[in-house]
Write a protein that binds this ligand. Sequence first.
Ligand code: NAD
Length: 278
Amino acid sequence: MNELSAPIRLNDGVVMPRIGYGTYKVGDDESQRTVETALELGYRLVDTAEMYGNEVGVGRAVAASGIPRDEVFLTSKVWNDHHGRDAARRALEQSLERLGVDYLDLYLIHWPSPKQGLYTETFQAILDAKEEGLVRSAGVSNFLPEHLERVRSETGVWPSVNQIELHPYFNQADVRAWHAEHGIVTESWGPLGQRTGSLLAEEPVAAAAAAHGKSPAQVVIRWHLQRGCAVIPKSARAERIAENLEVFDFELTGEELTAIDGLHTGRRQGIDPGGHER
Ligand code: NAD
């Protein structure tokens, strides 16, 4: 049952852990401490972004861990004010410098920012950096299928990953199916759905947690994995960081998965990428 503990092979052959440590709203000092904890506990994917302002701390933690660079999967993202070929390239170089590494495993466009209309050029900059070995895999975040189609038609390449808001309250079933059809891995952000309600107290989550002797957060993380998504939960607390990785010793039943699917409200907690103007 726990083939889900094996990494995923992306459409460009790069291998990525299915579960990672998210670092949004964890500043430089705290990120060094929490990422060190996460790496010690066994996480091998760390998700950061230039916008999070914590790449220095993340990089220090990776260096301090003593884990060989090629065993840690590092994701960062180019922010909205660095769209375009030259600006994205400079942003990448700055992220690498702050992180103190020679390459990123995955570099994402944080938002499509359709009003700027530059996401295709930005993606091309990432593809160029991939050619040079500065980035191993080229992905995106918060892209709608229409944005992905345009990237593909203008660059000839499907992004490897689309990191999107996804949790049982907003389960993106159609988008997940569309990604799967096109060989794009779905990575869930905001996976614990905490900003729109008390997901962890919902009955189907609590019932599955009781049935398996696991915590509600573990049930929700397991739901992501069994629905085919990579997932990057965040906590600043060591016991929760540990808990969120202990999801490979049980399996939700079909009925449990369906009951959790039933929590879908159709409402995002974050911004609608189609109207994102920054
Ligand atoms: P999350 O769903 O991971 O929730 C985080 C919150 O859940 C924590 O602050 C904590 O309060 C709670 N929590 C964590 N573990 C718990 C546990 N075991 N038990 C009970 N409560 C627990 O939300 P997030 O941080 O917004 O998203 C995860 C990661 O996704 C981010 O850290 C970031 O790396 C990424 N992200 C990306 C985007 C994007 O636009 N690409 C946007 C938001 C987040």
